[in-house]
Design a protein around this ligand. Sequence first.
Ligand SMILES: Nc1ncnc2c1ncn2[C@@H]1O[C@H](COP(=O)(O)OP(=O)(O)OP(=O)(O)O)[C@@H](O)[C@H]1O
Length: 312
Amino acid sequence: MTDTLTCANLSKSYGGVVAVRDVGFTIAPGEAYGLLGPNGAGKTTTISMLVGLLKPDTGTVVVGGADLSADPMAAKAKIGYVPQEIALYPDLTGRENLRFFCRLFGLPRKAVRARVEEVLDLVGLADRADAKLDTYSGGMKRRINIGAALLHRPELLILDEPTVGVDPQSRKSILDGLERLVADGMALLYTSHYMEEVERVCDRIAIVDHGSIVAEGTRHELVALVGGADRIELTLDGDVDTALAKLRGLGGVTEAVRTAAGSVRLIAEGGRYLLPSVISTVDGIAAVTAVEVVEPDLEATFLHLTGNTLRD
Ligand SMILES: Nc1ncnc2c1ncn2[C@@H]1O[C@H](COP(=O)(O)OP(=O)(O)OP(=O)(O)O)[C@@H](O)[C@H]1O
């Protein structure tokens, strides 16, 4: 079976700065594939090359058998792209915006009415379809944007951080909607720096950092890379830097970093059994005011592979 997307050896530099380095992956029909990485990891640059907005320095992109550089029209017709920036008309209603995009995509006139109604249902906005866009919340605008990308029935939907700046209710609705699309056979490329979203939506995940894919696999495969190590989140009151230095020397602790929120994150084999030693190690230096032990997750994998946290 032909893969829905195959990209290989993609690289892009801006001036002397390498934004994407030798990136390649495939997405099978109906598969949800995630690019997980912090801001600046190169996700948007990668997507821009996949959708033909940015010419790669090196590499190839093939969408549903069509080579993007040799036959851009055929390749792009198979992709629905939801950019980070929302490009909609504030004075038009939701329905009118979608009709406008139908004309832009050259959908046959006769097909427009029914397709717009189908897509309004798909994104859960049928009841607000006659309200002007400038009365929509950020999340509703994002859902119309997703709808616009679906109008021409693409084989692959590419979304660039679709839940950034979106209220929790719309976030849930967006994720539920994407899961339904995948269940119905759509292939998805989902990028985010939110681990929970990528874990929930994606069958396979590439962890990206500094422009490269550092690991790829199912959630299960990626989490297995860190072995049985637990993550411990400590909130400390006192001399946190000294406490951190001491904790780095504690047996079993493989990683210890300070998070932006001011807490300390440890990765430790069998961490849940280490808590008494953790507390006694910082005794007299800082008080432990809160503690959370989390079993291995993608955050731990990211930390293990890159030495950094995803969000901080
Ligand atoms: N037009 C540009 N000119 C110069 N540097 C750029 C340009 N676009 C991106 N970069 C740099 O390339 C790197 C990758 O950026 P990119 O936007 O692809 O990352 P990202 O993972 O999508 O992050 P974000 O979610 O913040 O967009 C960053 O270091 C960024 O500063």
